[in-house]
Structures are given as structure tokens and as C-alpha cells.
Design a protein around this ligand. Sequence first.
Ligand code: IFM
Length: 463
Amino acid sequence: MEQIQFPKDFLWGSATASFQIEGAGEPAQRGESIWDRYCRTPGNILDGSDGKTACDHFHRFEEDVRLMEQLGLHSYRLSVSWPRILPEGMGRVHQDGLNFYKRLLECLRTHRIQPLVTLYHWDLPQRLQERGGWQNRETVDAFVAYAEILFRELRPWVNNWVTFNEPYCTAFLGHWVGRHAPGIRDYAAAVQVSHHLLLAHGKTVRLLRQTTPNAKIGIVLNMNSYYPHQNTEEDRRAAEWNYQAWNSWFADPIFKGGYPQEVLALYEAEGLAPRREPGDMALIHQPIDFLGLNHYFSETVSANPDVWPTRSETHPLGDTRTAMGWGVYPQGIHDLLARLDRDYQHPPIFITENGAAYPDHPAEDGLVRDPERQDYLARYLYQVHRAIREGVDVRGYYLWSLMDNFEWAFGYTKRFGIVYVDYATQARTVKQSGHWYANVIQNNGFVYDGAGQPAEASKANPS
Ligand code: IFM
């Protein structure tokens, strides 16, 4: 048994995203987004569902904020739906949409919960997609114009902004794997999109500095730890390549001003390198106030020359799997934090997402018992704490997610919440893990019973 005590003023929160919870997706309520369109193609979403109603948070936000208060959250990470503000992506502002966020933010203020607001969590207005979406450099300026509206209108409530959530997913899942909207499968397009997202990030940081100098801004990157599958030179190199292609590709330009050399060299050789204009990298390479880190799982990597263009394959790592099939390997978050600390002169880090999906359901007594999630959270938090003890500047933790919600291509089949949502009635029930998390927040720590001592990864060495 070990008492795990987090630093004084550690920020405890939980996160959601607009499309995943809001609903109110009729044309009068918001413009069409690329996810509305993507959901309409049969086969794209596992259960054939969409985001039209989701958790109906648009109408139930007061109840949801009361739940946050009950849980004791210090902060709530939410995202704004771009097409709810600008149905066509630019031009006409939808005042009702703006008012929804003002009411939500006011309610958070009343309940003394600090908002952390993400400008873009994947719901691009469809009208912009029709002009090329993130492949088109003009979308960068459309984004900055959208950000300007939010900075101006929401300034009285919001002090902490995130430009993008997980640009990797928009770029590579959306434009290479095709399992996210807009469902494109073109590697060069994915790489170009990643550059445009980073550029939009940089320009937006500059805008905030000019218009709202007291506010803070950062970006949220999803990162995994990669380890060699076998202890061979080939696998060690493959693991390192994956680390650089998926993690450093987004973090190096921000913190070092350039793309990782080895990955860029391969992309250049394969005709995949992004088109850049003079000054782009300087815009991207601007000081930010915090780095948001989303982390869920780790992988081992084996070299495989037949896989284009990565020349490698990844495999889940961990002793158990979540409902997503992701391996549970808590030490991965520690190793990642340690490496970020080695690689960069970084600002404070917030874990902006971490959590797990399990097939939860209410028992006959109405309780939702989810011991696997509680175990997952305790083990990952233990490793976050370990990194802090070793000197990594981690200031807060946002659990994904506050409530069950629309899990993208998996529809409503995966439940990540610490609050159970009955989609037929929209009733909310705090799961056992939610009660446990409330206790962690109250005590700023928890008693770790060792259940989560990291199992040694037999084949794995940190890359
Ligand atoms: O649900 C997503 C979220 O939108 C972004 N990060 C990962 C979560 C779980 O897949």
C-alpha cells in the first residue's frame, strides 16, 4: 500500500468534445460538419449511428455541470463546434450557437469550474471540406478567423485555450487510414494536412498574443510509447521511427522549429513531404503556455520492409486490453513523459485525456460497477505521479471522458465515461469509477494497492 499524493494545486478535470456529446445537430441548430456527412455513408460507423442527439448535452448542460460539481472537478475541457458558430465555416455567425457556449460557460463559472476550451476537435464545417478542407491552405485562414470570433466573444469566460485536439488523428486517421472524417486515403494528403494544422496552430497562437495577451494557449497532442517488438537493431530502429513519425512529427515543429529529419527524408524520397512556404516553420515554432498530452496505450513495433511507407508494424502492448483492443501498459505514460522532458524545453504539461472503454452496464440495483476502469486509472495515475516525482512538470489531469458518448467510427458501442448514459432515456448515472475519481480529487491522491505494479514488458525496451 502506498499513499500517492499529488502536488498542491494539481488540477483535476475531465474532458469531452462537441460532436461527441452535444446533439442538437439539426440544420437550424448548426451547419453540417464533416462528421455528419461521414456518418451518412453506410459502413462508416459501427452501429450506423450519428451525432444528431448524442448525449443531448446541448439541452442538458445544466444537469451535466451539476454532475461535474458533484464529482468535484476543478476544470472541464470542452470543445466548440465550428459549424455551430459559423454554419458555412466562415461569414455568417450563428448567434444562437454562440449563445449556447456563453450559457454553458456562465454555468461553469457559477459552479466554479474552470473551462479549458478546444477550438477544433474534428468537426470541420462540411462547406469548407467542399473547398478542399484541411488539404487547402485557405482553411488555415478560415480557422484563424473563426478563432478570432471565439477569442473576442468568449473572452469574459475563457482564459485557457487549446488550438487543436490530436492533429495526428485529423491528418492520418482522416486522410490516410480513412476511418475518420473526411474518409480520404492518401498519404501525401495526410502529411500536407498535418502541416496545415500546425500552421493554423501557429497563426492562432500569434493572434491570441496580439488580441488577448493575458490568456493562455496550447495544443493537445496524442502520443503513444513505442518499444521494439524483439530486441533487434531493426525493431529498435522501427520503434524509434514510429515515435518520430507520430509523436515528434507534431511536437518537433512546435518546440524545435523543424520536422524530424529521418521522417522528412523518407517523405521527401517518397514524394510525400508537405509543401511549405517561407516563414511557416517560424510561425509554428512559437512559445506556447502548456502542452496537452493525450495518452491511452503503448505499442511494440516490428520492422517490416513490405509495409509502405512506414516499413513497420505495430502491436498492442500490455497485460490486458480495453474494449477498444488497446493494451493496458501504464508504464508507457511514464516513459513518454520522461522522453518529452528529455527532448524538449517544454512548458507545463497537462494530461488532457487518459481513460479507457469497457462494456459497462447498470446492475439490477442500478449501480454501474466498472472495476477495470478504476484499476486502469489508478495504474496510469500512479505512473503520472512517478514522472512528477522524477521532476517532470505535469500540472493537471483530465480524465476521458466525463460521460459515455459518440466514439467516432465506433458510434455508441464504446463507453469511456465515468458517468453512464442511458441513450434511450438520457439518464446519467455516476459509475463506481466516477465515485472513486471524486475521492481522488477530494484527497488530491489515493492509496495505491500495488495492483497496478507495471508488468515488465518481456520484449520491450523504451525506445
Ligand atoms: O473519444 C476520443 C477523443 O475524441 C479523442 N481522443 C481519444 C478518445 C478515445 O478514442
